[in-house]
Design a protein around this ligand. Structure first.
Ligand code: CA
Length: 518
């Protein structure tokens, strides 16, 4: 009798658990690499239109201050997996290997019955853990014909060859998983992650000549001379003028194309290159920078265009299948990017263009369509947000906040008013000095701690961050307040006083660059 009763209880718990699980929203996390707000028309439509990404903003919420904690690819991904700053998750710079044995949000979602998958760019070196299914690029992955590593929670991963444009391949794999491989009894969490528009911005076959007849506006700071700031801004190696190589500029074709792809590529680029090379010797230095800017920015926008198309295809499928009704769609990128601002390409800095990353969220019935949120959000919050969406309490050692109250339009009185940033990768690619800092969205204090140099910016008066007001009498109080807040945040997040345990101090061996200097 007792046994029978136990069985009935057990069965009823199972039934109610599966009923709860079935009601839990699905999560589609769409993620790109290096996509900035300047190339997403929901934020800025001066360069291109991204109608499909804009659909997420129109049906949902746009965050205007989503900041990353460490503006570089691998570290950002590790922060998202763990909900912890780089110094605690152990992945402080590209080149580190993610310790996949630690607590991550996909593992916690699996524990409560979610089916989890990651398709596309992973870039954490170690094999993905906590995913029922993964199909990921190996390392950075090429723009064309990418080999990928595929596996599941039980089996050893296998390498697969693919032919085609990487953005399209990742889209097709994500759609195939949604249509054919998903367990319909379970809610799911899919990380749909593109390589694009990462360097070196190789457009897909469909967009090789798109924008050829257009001139993209130049940013106000394209010819920045780096005066009125600390020394690092002048000492980087990420200038359009000097540091783009022949592959970046498409003066040399990619070396891994099929004959058909190569023919299409050459047909698009050869005439443009010949025209440039014929007049190059008579161009001024300024005109050459302007030409490089146009070439670079158009290729970047072309890559984004394919991403936008792929997002449209996935959104269409969610709608057609009826899944959209109970699916949270989140769009973000691993950090922002310079589209010529300060004369730069790349990221890394705590300056606005790379500190901010896009964040769009649609959730039918929960997020008000067309809404906007100006609270400070962060990639540090994503793990806890995903857990909250699934109705799971987040572990106490995660360091972010669930964004779900903000999704609901609430105005939490105790929401963060300031934000801590820390970049470590020096010496390293593009020679950006190590720095940490604090911003409250109005003012920003940056410390280049190996050099003991500081910058303070008044973002309302100087949104382009061209003039540091550090040490100026008018800003005495602001500076003191931010110094105090910086110390408080470093203590709160348990940042070690000395970072030598996290980063080697000696220069790394210089890697061979893939393309010659242009
Ligand atoms: Ca990136």
């Amino acid at each position: 009798m007792i046994r029978l009763f136990s069985w009935i209880s057990f069965l009823s718990i199972c039934v109610s658990l599966s009923a709860v699980a079935a009601e839990r929203p699905n999560i589609v996390f769409i993620f790109t690499d290096d996509h900035c707000e300047q190339a997403l028309s929901a934020y800025d439509d001066s360069r291109m239109s991204t109608p499909h990404l804009d659909r997420i903003a129109k049906t949902g919420m746009k965050f205007t201050k989503c900041y990353v904690t460490n503006g570089i690819c691998g570290p950002s991904r590790a922060v998202i997996q763990t909900g912890k700053h780089s110094h605690l998750n152990g992945f402080v710079r590209n080149g580190n290997t993610f310790d996949g044995s630690q607590q991550t949000f996909p593992k916690l979602l699996r524990e409560v019955g979610y089916q989890t998958a990651v398709i596309g760019k992973w870039h954490l070196k170690s094999t993905p853990q906590g995913f029922d299914h993964f199909d990921v690029l190996i390392g950075q992955g090429p723009y064309y014909n990418p080999p990928m590593l595929t596996g599941d929670i039980k089996a050893e991963p296998t390498k697969e060859e693919n032919t085609g444009y990487t953005t399209d391949i990742i889209r097709d794999k994500a759609l195939a998983w949604l249509k054919e491989d998903r367990d319909e009894e379970k809610p799911f969490m899919l990380m749909f992650q593109h390589k694009a528009p990462h360097r070196n911005w190789q457009p897909g076959p469909k967009y090789l000549t798109w924008l050829d007849d257009k001139t993209i506006p130049e940013p106000e700071t394209l010819f920045d001379d780096y005066s009125n700031r600390a020394s690092p801004a002048a000492n980087q190696t990420m200038e359009i003028k000097t540091h783009l190589n022949v592959r970046d500029l498409k003066l040399q074709a990619p070396n891994n194309l099929t004959p058909e792809q190569k023919a299409a590529w050459d047909a698009a680029y050869d005439p443009k290159n010949e025209a440039y090379l014929a007049k190059k010797d008579s161009m001024t230095e300024k005109e050459i920078i302007q030409w490089k800017y146009q070439r670079y920015v158009k290729d970047y926008l072309r890559c984004v265009k394919s991403v936008d198309d792929s997002v449209g295809d996935v959104l269409d499928y969610l709608e057609e299948s009826g899944l959209a009704e109970n699916t949270v769609v989140i769009y973000s990128s691993d950090q922002g990017w310079y589209l010529g601002e300060h004369g730069w390409f790349d990221k890394r800095w705590m300056y606005e263009e790379s500190l901010r990353t896009p964040l769009l969220v649609s959730w039918p019935g929960v997020v008000k369509p067309g809404s906007e949120c100006d609270h400070i959000a962060s990639n540090l919050d994503f793990a806890q947000t995903f857990l909250d969406i699934a109705g799971v309490d987040s572990p106490s050692d995660m360091q972010g906040e669930s964004l779900v109250p903000l999704f609901k339009g609430e105005q939490p009185k105790d929401w963060r008013q300031s934000f801590y940033y820390h970049y470590y990768e020096f010496p390293g690619a593009h020679s950006v000095a190590r720095h940490y800092g604090v911003t409250n969205g109005q003012h920003k204090l940056i410390h280049y701690y190996q050099l003991n140099e500081w910058e303070l910016f008044d973002l309302a008066k100087d949104p382009n961050e061209m003039n540091s007001v550090h040490g100026q009498t008018d800003y005495d109080q602001v500076q003191k307040d931010l110094e105090k807040e910086l110390s408080r945040l470093r203590e709160y997040y348990q940042v070690p006083a000395d970072d030598t345990g996290l980063m080697p101090v000696k220069p790394e061996k210089k890697k061979k660059t893939k393309g010659k200097k242009a």
